[in-house]
Design a protein around this ligand. Sequence first.
Ligand code: NZQ
Ligand code: ZN
Length: 384
Amino acid sequence: MHNFTLYNPVKVLFGKGQIKELTNLITKGKKILLTYGGGSIKENGVYQQVISALDGYEIIEFAGIEANPEFNTLMKAVEVCKNKKIDLILAVGGGSIIDGTKFIAAAANYAGDPWEIMTKPDATINSAIPFGTVLTLPATGSEMNCGAVISRRENGDKLAFMNPLVFPQFSILDPETTYTLPKRQLQNGIVDPFIHVAEQYLTTDLNTPIQDGMAETVLKTLIKVGKDIVNGTKDYDTRASWMWAATNALNGFIGVGVDHDWATHMIGHELTAAYGLDHAQTLAIIAPKLWRHQMENKSAKLLKFAHNVWGLENSHDEIAIKQSIILTEEFFASLDIKLSLKEYDISPDYDKITKNLFKYSQTPLGERRNLDEKAVKEILQMAH
Ligand code: NZQ
Ligand code: ZN
């Protein structure tokens, strides 16, 4: 196991009815910027719950943060923060709203050109506006981590940044807010956390039974609830298990002391930037191909995956590994999730995608840093 430091200061309030606790989480007199998306929170009553809980507070609203939050939109919110001297931001929505809010919080206090936050790994973020979240879409884990992914469509960019200054102060997770999610987002909400776990678990075997056991439990939970969730179950416990699984997939705990991959995500971000596929849609296509491409390097952990997640203890090792990938694809397919670019009528421009992927950093991808342009092209060809 590698040495590690674990730091996660996010106060999580989980369960039905917790939105009313906002009044105990935010000090009266603070000037609040309420950030949200295209209006789902108005249709499902979450907005009303937030407004009722914050009766008497000074709230300025910033609506219209889009899926795959856009730099130019977020910069308008940065202006509001500066002009209105906002004390705290409250993000209400899915990963895009929370990620966008992290960028707004950091950019409002940033001395240079805010796009440097995304493009320069050594950009110095000295402070950020404090913020909290009300999560309405279990998927990204953004509610309990300090990462954010921001798009700049004019450049064809979709880039990530991480900084401990953009951990949410608090996050409210009420499974009942997820009842209105459409099928496509329910599908995304199973695949994204599944691949978050895989990016940390299907790497090198470093003899880490706690992390591996937690990772396997999150995967088995997603497999167990997947079908019911995508079919729109209103069973509270199923929704709660799903929501907590998605948070645990990327709140740092399963990732301590182990090697990380993230190549599927890096390639997937390029596919979203180029073709507009949802984040999770890209992951379902790329991950199984990448595992096949890297089967030898990942064999020890793929075997654990086969044994402990898919119950394939009785097969020959190589057969079990191959079968575990097939079973994962069958699981995604059983949720009506597409597994190739062709199914979306996309013929990728391999050169353009790989060139853009290595535009800001030439370091090869993967836990072994062995996935260069050539390897990425091979994986994309497999994904077609
Ligand atoms: O905009 P509104 O009207 O709110 O509608 C949203 C949006 O259209 C809708 N929605 C959310 N909650 C709902 C709801 N509709 C009905 N009922 C509800 N309760 O869902 C749509 C998608 O929302 P979005 O926030 O875009 O989805 P998601 O949570 O999947 O976030 C995706 C973004 O997060 C990034 C992705 O790259 C992508 O940009 N990621 C962030 C990560 C992180 N910060 O750690 C890690 C991930 O790997 C990922 O890269
Ligand atoms: Zn993801």
